[in-house]
Design a protein around this ligand. Structure first.
Ligand SMILES: [Zn+2]
Length: 202
């Protein structure tokens, strides 16, 4: 019984935590606390936002990204795009999804980014140890077996991140809706070293 107390105690402190406690996210997430834990996560974010807003001053920025660049990247939690690329608030558009794949919806965002908000450069970022390498298109069949419906979307799973970056660059460069396809570069981010490795489009 007593073995469970530290876990409960940690959860209790997480509920009332502030921004300083953010580094404890990983250990807190490992505590299997069920629904109570799940609800507490959002409360924690809302609490953090109140502190953020208290110190926030309107920088008076335009919606157009200062660096005229859009970054498409995987949603992976280990990839802190702003820190990894030296980006500041207002610098860029960040478009993220599972895998950092160039889907129709990413094209939608890029098209608006370029045609309505003035971006000219596109940076595509996949990363090592991506979850999309661990699954296959069979995931759609698994879903169909479970819920009786096959999703309309492709999983966009891949075996080789380098090759998928090349394909993503190709999808962007050949898209008719985009105005600027001369500055499109692709990279794989190493989650162990924090380094980007550029992928040759050829
Ligand atoms: Zn990923």
């Amino acid at each position: 019984m007593t073995l469970f107390f530290p876990s409960h105690h940690r959860t209790g402190s997480a509920v009332t935590s502030n921004v300083v406690d953010m580094t404890t996210s990983a250990s807190a997430a490992n505590a299997s606390e069920g629904a109570i834990r799940v609800a507490a996560v959002t409360d924690r974010l809302v609490d953090a936002n109140e502190q953020y807003a208290a110190a926030f001053t309107d920088p008076g920025m335009d919606a157009r990204p200062v660096l005229h660049v859009a970054v498409v990247a995987c949603m992976d939690a280990r990839l802190d795009l702003h820190a990894a690329l030296g980006l500041e608030l207002g610098d860029c558009h960040t478009i993220r999804n599972a895998g950092g794949v160039v889907t129709d919806d990413v094209i939608r965002s890029l098209t608006i980014s370029q045609r309505k908000l003035g971006t000219r450069s596109i940076v595509l970022i996949h990363h090592t140890n991506c979850g999309l390498e661990q699954i296959t298109e069979d995931f759609r069949t698994e879903l169909e077996d479970e819920v009786g419906q096959r999703p309309a979307w492709a999983v966009e799973a891949f075996r080789d991140a380098d090759q998928d970056v090349r394909q993503s660059m190709q999808r962007v460069r050949t898209n008719p809706f985009l105005l600027h396809t001369d500055d499109v570069r692709g990279f794989v981010f190493d989650v162990k070293t924090g380094l980007l490795r550029e992928i040759d489009p050829a």
